[in-house]
Every structure is written in C-alpha cells, then in structure tokens.
Write a new protein. Structure first.
Length: 600
C-alpha cells in the first residue's frame, strides 16, 4: 500500500524527521557548473525559487516535485527517489545559515547593531532546526539527511562538513580515504553550498555590502516562503518492491497525461465549445505537418511570456489563452480560431528549429541553428530562436541581415561561455532578449549578447589554441557548415554531427614504429596535436580503424568518407609540419571571420 502526502517544507523538515539515503542509491549528482541543462540543476533550482518568490500570487504554491520513500519507523524515511532535491534543499538551508553567520561576524562599518544581531542569531538557530535533529543527552546535532555507505568514500561526512560551513580544502586535507573519483562527487556538496551562498550574498547585501534591517526582513520573507509555500509530494510505502515500482512508473513510463496530451484536449474542447469546427481534425493536422514534441509546449509558453515557467507548461497555456490580449474574437474568427492560427504559425517556426536540415532553405540560418543546438542549453536557445523567428516571421527562405546578425551574436555569446571554464550560463539574458523581441526591439535583444573587446580577444585565442575533443568536434562542424555556405553545386554535403567523432591526424599517442616520430619534431607535435588544424571528423567505426596508425594506413580509412576536410588528406604522401600549420591557419581564419573575432 502507498499514499501521497502533500507537504510544505516546514512539514518535510519537521522535528526529529530523518531521511536515509540508502546504499543502493547513486551518488549525489546535481551541480552548479552552468554549462548546460545536465549540470546546472542548482542554478535552475535557485532561479526558479527566487523568480516564483518575487512574482508569486497570494494563493499559489511552488511545486518542487515528488519523493518516493519507505517508512522504516516513526519519522524515519528511506529515500527511493528524490535524494537530489532533498540534499539540495539541505544545502540551501545550510547556505542560508552560513550566510547569516558571516553577516554576524561583520566588523567596523558593516557590523550589525545589537538588536539586529539578536534577530540574526534567532534566524540561524531556526534554520538549524530545519537542518539538524538533536540527539542524546548532550543534544548533539545530527543532520536530518544521512547517507548510508558500507564501503568507499564517506559522503555523509562531506555533507555534514558542508552543512557546518566548513571549507572544502580543510575537509579534504583531513581525509584518509581520498580518491579522485570520490573527491569529485564530494566537492559537489561544497560547490553547491557555495553557489547558494554567492546568490544570497548578491541578493541580500546592499550596494555597500551591508546587511541591514531591510535586507534581513527580505531574507526572512524568503525563508518563510521556502517553509510554507514550497511543496513536495511524498509518496510513502511500506516496502521496497512497491516503492521501486512507483519510481519506475514516474521515471520511465511517465505520468498518465503529458503536457501535449492536455494541450490536445484543451484545443479540441475549446473548438467544441465555440465553433462547429472539428477540433480533433484541426489538431491532428498540426501533428501531421509539424514537430509537436513534449518540449514544444514549454518552449512556446516561455517564448511568449519571456520568463521561466512557474507552473506546468499546460497551466501556462491556459493562462496564455485567458490573458493574452491578442486572443480575441474578430468579426470572422472566434477566439479559439485566432489562438489556433497563432499556434500553427509558431509550430512552423519550432519545426524549423528542430529540423533545420529539412525545413530551412537559407544555409546561413540552417547552419547557425545547427551550431547553436550543438552548444547545448537547448531549453533556453530554442526559446530564444522561437521568439526570434516569430519576430522576423521567418518562413525558411532567405533571411534578413538583421536576423542573421542577432543569431551570430548569440552564437558568439554562447560559444564564449562554452569555451571558458568558470563562466556560467545564465538564463536571464535569454528571457530579457525574448521580451525585447516581443516589444519589437531586435537591436536591444542583440546587445544583450554583445562581447567586449577583451572577451572577443580571449575567445579568438581559445579557438586558435589547444582544445579538447568535444570542442574540436563542434568547431570543425562550424567550419564545414561555413564552407558549405559559400558553395554552389548540384551536390551538397550533409554533416550528421551526432554520428561524427573527432579524429587526430597526428595521433596523441603514435604507435611504435610509425612515421609520426620520424617525420615531425617532438616540439611540433606537442604544439599542434591538440589544435584544430590537426583534427578531422570520422564516424566512430572508421575512427576505431584509424587508431594510432602510420599515415599510410590512416589515409586508406580517410578515403572512405565524402567529407571534404577529411578527403583532402587522401592525396597526400605524408603529413608535413607546413601542411598542418597551413591547414590550422585556414580553419581558424574561417572561424574567426564567421564570428567577427580579432586575428593575430
């Protein structure tokens, strides 16, 4: 048997509640690196919570998801599904305590007055009640979330240390069970906590870096919002088999009705209410003509509102229909017909974004769309492109220079983040650009993605310098596409990036007895092996055949591809230093020209 329990966070973290992360769970994986949707979950969690808090309606709650748990005793719960958000909440509350402790330690002009200091200390104590239970005669604090480990790294100790505001370096220095693989996981607790502290610092300190009464009151309102207006649905069971079957249903088979299912029913019902048109036929015509995947609903809502969804995508659709001023009946069309026409138009744009090879004739737009997709962050990039195509009413034919200019500006902006360690991708410029486009201000939208001279110089250096395989693959694709744009032939290449792998012409580790050591100096190989001029593209199967062989064997593999940058190698008797230098200069020059980056 199982039953759901809708819980606000003050109930979830109530007194003496204890959550056990069992041994069979995979390690904590959420990150705050911000390069793409797979590793910026902490960024998204903060952005979503803060946005909802600032814009919340009086009668709305923020739904943080569900947890599947097994009741192992009174207030003792084994977590089958939901450890990522649960652990992240503990880190958020811990970061709030750490932030307040830092504020309490301010000295000089920034020091808190006595009365405010007492309020801050009470808030620290209150936050402690949501992070810790007090156990035993000495009332020793114990984290509400415990990580069970029978062997290997003690992740529970890492979580405890991060919650106690310890520095990561100090924690690592004291460990005897150090291991690079485990260290990387353990650091996530500290990195995510520190990300939250950074957000709190930038949000709740004034322009002079002070924490006054007004800032404390706003902090307290945010804390109250987290406790009472953020909810998780607990699905409680008494045994593992039931819990795991629920977990599989939620994560593999999906919920009974998707956003697309609900959207379909909504449109059909609105047609039935207001017209004699067969809504089902109208809907299925959309499915036949366009790409109507699950992601479209969310992207459409965000491209129309210029903000992150606060509820489900379907709720956003309902709100758009009711609130959007353009959806009004006309003398010849009902409201639902106006809505349907708008939907049909934007589905055409979205389909061009998802299937550029088949739906976009202008090679420049087609290749820019491909490149942007290759950089990741599809949620945000697709939202921006949908708003962009809508603004320019892009039908897939020759695009205006203004539209192309904005796309290139975004390419350069996204690439600069992707190529530079430490730079985080932020959704804020995306949504602001969407709002500017909706206001009819494309120049202002483009300006949001402008790089300064120093950023342009660093980006050019990164393109010209040593790069890892994933970067080289995408840069070579951009080069191939740029070359294609200048061609006018009866036969055109179609690079399938998903099937391609990166091949180093000069192997990183040449096989013994091959020509590479005799033909090329050690200094040259060290300088150029990891640069784009020494790279090409092959399928995985052909790449495995080439391996670290002599060039005479490699070029037999190269001869089996139609890709120009690889086939150009087949006519060579040997690969010389001059050839690699010239090839590198040619590719880099084309890429720098594409993004208007400085050379030399």
């Amino acid at each position: 048997m199982f039953h759901p329990d809708h819980s606000a966070l003050d109930s979830l973290f109530a007194k003496d509640m204890q959550f056990i992360i069992p041994e069979y769970q995979r390690p904590y994986s959420w990150q705050a690196e911000g390069k793409n949707d797979r590793n910026n979950q902490i960024n998204q969690m903060w952005d979503d919570l803060w946005t909802f808090f600032r814009e919340m309606d009086a009668d709305k709650e923020y739904f943080l998801g569900s947890m599947v748990i097994i009741e192992r005793g009174l207030r003792k719960l084994e977590v089958v599904d939901g450890q990522q958000r649960l652990t992240s909440l503990v880190l958020l509350f811990s970061a709030m305590r750490c932030f307040l402790r830092r504020c309490l330690a301010f000295e000089g002009d920034q020091a808190l007055d006595d009365e405010l200091g007492r309020y801050v200390q009470r808030a620290i104590d209150k936050l402690g009640e949501f992070v810790y239970n007090e156990q035993g005669i000495g009332l020793t604090p114990e984290l509400k979330v415990k990580i069970a480990r029978s062997a290997g790294y003690d992740f529970d100790a890492a979580l405890e240390a991060s919650a106690a505001c310890e520095e990561r370096t100090a924690f690592e220095a004291g460990r005897r069970d150090r291991d690079q693989k485990f260290d990387e996981i353990a650091r996530r607790y500290f990195d995510n906590r520190d990300y939250f502290i950074d957000r709190l610092t930038k949000t709740f300190l004034d322009v002079e870096g002070k924490f006054g009464v007004d800032e404390f009151q706003e902090f307290n309102r945010f804390f109250s919002f987290l406790l009472t207006r953020v909810a998780i649905v607990l699905i409680k069971t008494a045994d593992f088999e039931t819990a795991y079957s629920i977990f599989e249903i939620l994560n593999n088979r999906g919920l009974p009705l998707s956003n697309t299912d609900l959207f379909r029913n909504f449109v059909i019902n609105k047609f039935a209410e207001k017209t004699k048109i067969d809504g089902a036929t109208a809907w299925y015509q959309l499915e036949e003509d366009f790409v109507l995947g699950e992601d479209f609903t969310a992207r459409w809502v965000e491209s129309k509102t210029g903000s992150k969804q606060r509820q489900s995508a379907f709720n956003g659709i309902q709100r758009l229909y009711e609130d959007e001023g353009s959806y009004k009946s006309t003398p010849i069309k009902t409201k639902v017909e106006v809505f349907y026409a708008d939907l049909k138009r934007d589905l055409r744009y979205y389909s061009q974004i998802v299937e550029p090879e088949d739906r976009i004739d202008d090679a420049r737009v087609r290749n820019s769309t491909r490149f942007i997709a290759a950089l990741g962050n599809l949620r945000y990039s697709s939202t921006l492109l949908l708003a962009l195509f809508r603004h320019y009413r892009y039908d897939g034919s020759v695009a205006s220079e203004a539209m192309l200019g904005l796309m290139k500006a975004y390419e350069r902006y996204a690439l600069s983040i992707w190529l530079h360690p430490g730079k985080r991708f932020s959704s804020a410029p995306i949504y602001q650009a969407v709002r500017e486009l909706r206001a009819g201000k494309p120049a202002e939208a483009a300006e949001l993605f402008a790089l300064d001279d120093e950023e342009m110089r660093k980006l050019a250096e990164r393109v010209d310098g040593p790069i890892e395989n994933s970067v080289g693959k995408v840069l070579l694709a951009a080069y191939v596409w740029a070359t294609e744009e200048g061609a006018d032939d009866v036969v055109m290449q179609r690079l399938e990036l998903s099937r391609s792998t990166l091949e180093h012409i000069i192997p990183i580790n040449p096989a013994e007895g091959t020509n590479w050591e005799s033909d090329l100096s050690t200094q040259f190989r060290e300088e150029f092996t990891l640069r784009v001029g020494n790279m090409t593209l092959l399928t995985s199967k052909m790449n495995s055949r080439a391996k670290n062989s002599d060039f005479s064997k490699k070029k037999k593999v190269y001869a089996k591809t139609l890709l120009g940058i690889t086939r150009e190698l087949v006519s060579l008797d040997t690969v010389s230093e001059d050839f690699i230098r010239q090839r590198h200069a040619r590719i880099v020059k084309a890429l720098l020209t594409r993004w208007s980056l400085p050379s030399g």
